[in-house]
Design a binder for this molecule. Structure first.
Ligand code: GLU
Length: 488
């Protein structure tokens, strides 16, 4: 059987980590089985849905490298793929359900329903619809219509039935129909509810497996009843576990930092985010920690999706991201790092020159071992750019007060001025030569030069600092150091 799955976001906000994980698992499953992956937009919440969110969701999916072969923008023979453009289709099925008595019009007002709810709560029962409009006569219906009431359509939930869901993550899950109460499938404005539209679409689009978040598990019996009422076969289900934060609470959209594109803005690489979210609930067979998309496609299976909650651990994401940063050639990171440098006022022009590109690549090479995300490059600019230098701490000043300092710095400066090009290998040679020529230990040369150039006792590799600062900045920084020491 050809596999067909879908990701069906409601476009009521950006794509969050949880949604991205559902999309990814569907994508991986389809790709691994040579199946079809559909993107469908569930926009029946008219007040909260927007085209902007839809665009933003697609942008986030593309950023992650998740593509779909049918659906919004991709097209396909089961369209349209936006639920608000499928209202006629739902209407057809609603009519069928009404005709065979499986659904009915309900005229109850908000107030009447609220009263019923309160009464049930007071009696200690589960609030649910008790079926007041289940058996209305034609006269009763007419009377309500004459009052100007607009009906909703409710699904007639069969009494006393077990609803068994076969879920590949949770095995068999059993619900009782009695607790459910007839639920609304079409609102009074003619818009279908989620639990109804999702079934019609999944049926008509030939969905074979529904892979989605655990929060939808309680909706599933309502959906299964509709499949059964329509005489349609039920797809396979896989409800993936909640994602908890490290405090053990459910990650919510309100946790702030959960929109996928926020990670892009912070300088996380898409490969890292994909790798990270794949591990939120799926566990690979071996010890491997880092997976390319292709490896995920090969390795992914629903059998290895865990029942227990996944934990969103930012340290782990940072660990994975720093791995991918180190793996990526410096030149490929230039464009990604540029926005952060621009934030700091560097490279204000529209485009950058080849020389600037080379500088940025060198800068990335000098700091990439130290950062968890690309925005952190901002913390290192001061080591390499311009001549801003803070007065060193006392401990560092003491090092600069060594007797040998003037000789070291003088020799350093004269060598710098005559070295062309002044790149990192050349800087390394210069440092070695100074050690030799002045018969000093390495640290008596490296440390004072480092402090003189950066004001700090620690930091990125000194040869890279020298190459990236360049002659002019080095001269400027050395004069500042001399004046801190009262030598000028
Ligand atoms: N529109 C639903 C959501 O965004 C889709 C749920 C499903 O996959 O069935 O949560």
């Amino acid at each position: 059987m050809a596999i067909k799955v879908r990701f069906a976001p409601s476009p009521t906000g950006p794509l969050h980590i949880g949604g991205a994980r559902s999309a990814l698992f569907n994508y991986l499953f389809a790709a691994g089985e040579e199946g079809t992956f559909i993107l469908r937009i569930e926009d029946t919440d008219l007040d909260r849905s927007s085209r902007e969110s839809e665009q933003e969701i697609m942008e986030a999916l593309r950023w992650l490298g998740i593509s779909w072969n049918e659906g919004i923008e991709a097209g396909g023979e089961n369209g349209p793929y936006r639920q608000t453009e499928r209202l006629n289709t739902y209407q057809e099925y609603t009519q069928k359900l009404m005709d065979n008595g499986k659904a009915y019009h309900c005229y109850c007002s908000e107030e009447e329903l609220e009263q019923e709810r309160q009464d049930l709560i007071q009696r200690g029962e589960t609030p649910r619809y008790l079926g007041r409009c289940r058996q209305l006569t034609a006269e009763q219906r007419k009377a309500f219509e004459d009052e100007g009431r607009k009906p909703v359509v409710r699904f007639r939930v069969p009494d006393n039935q077990q609803i068994i869901i076969h879920d590949s993550v949770r095995d068999k899950v059993v619900f009782e129909s009695d607790g459910i109460g007839d639920y609304i499938i079409v609102k009074s404005d003619g818009i279908p509810t989620y639990n109804y539209a999702v079934v019609i679409d999944d049926v008509l689009m030939g969905i074979t497996h529904v892979i989605r978040g655990e929060e939808h598990l309680s909706n599933t019996p309502r959906q299964v009843l509709i499949y059964e009422a329509l005489g349609m076969s039920v797809p396979g289900f896989a409800h993936i576990s909640l994602i908890l934060n490290t405090e053990g609470r459910k990650m919510s959209k309100r946790d702030g930092d959960t929109a996928v594109l926020d990670y892009a803005k912070k300088g996380y690489l898409p490969q890292a985010v994909v790798n990270f979210i794949a591990l939120l609930g799926w566990s690979p067979a071996g010890e491997q920690e880092f997976f390319s998309m292709d490896e995920l496609i090969k390795g992914f299976s629903l059998e290895r999706v865990s029942k227990s909650p996944a934990v969103f651990d930012l340290h782990k994401l940072n660990h994975i991201n720093s791995y991918y940063i180190k793996q990526t050639p410096d030149e490929e990171l230039v464009e990604l790092v540029l926005p952060f440098l621009k934030e700091k006022g560097m490279f204000p022009e529209e485009s950058i020159s080849e020389e600037e590109k080379t500088w940025i690549a060198g800068f990335i090479g000098a700091v990439k071992e130290k950062i968890n995300n690309l925005s952190e490059v901002k913390d290192y600019i001061g080591y390499f750019w311009g001549t801003d230098l803070e007065e060193p701490e006392q401990e560092a000043i003491t090092i600069l007060q060594a007797e040998t300092l003037p000789a070291v710095l003088e020799l350093f400066q004269s060598k710098i001025l005559t070295t062309v090009p002044l790149d990192a290998p050349a800087a390394k040679v210069i440092l070695k030569e100074i050690t030799k020529e002045l018969s000093l230990k390495g640290k008596d040369v490296f440390m004072p030069i480092r402090i003189a150039l950066t004001g700090q006792m620690h930091g990125p590799d000194l040869d890279k600092i020298i190459a990236l600062q360049g002659k002019d900045n080095i001269s400027g920084r050395l004069s500042k150091t001399y004046s801190f020491l009262g030598l000028e």
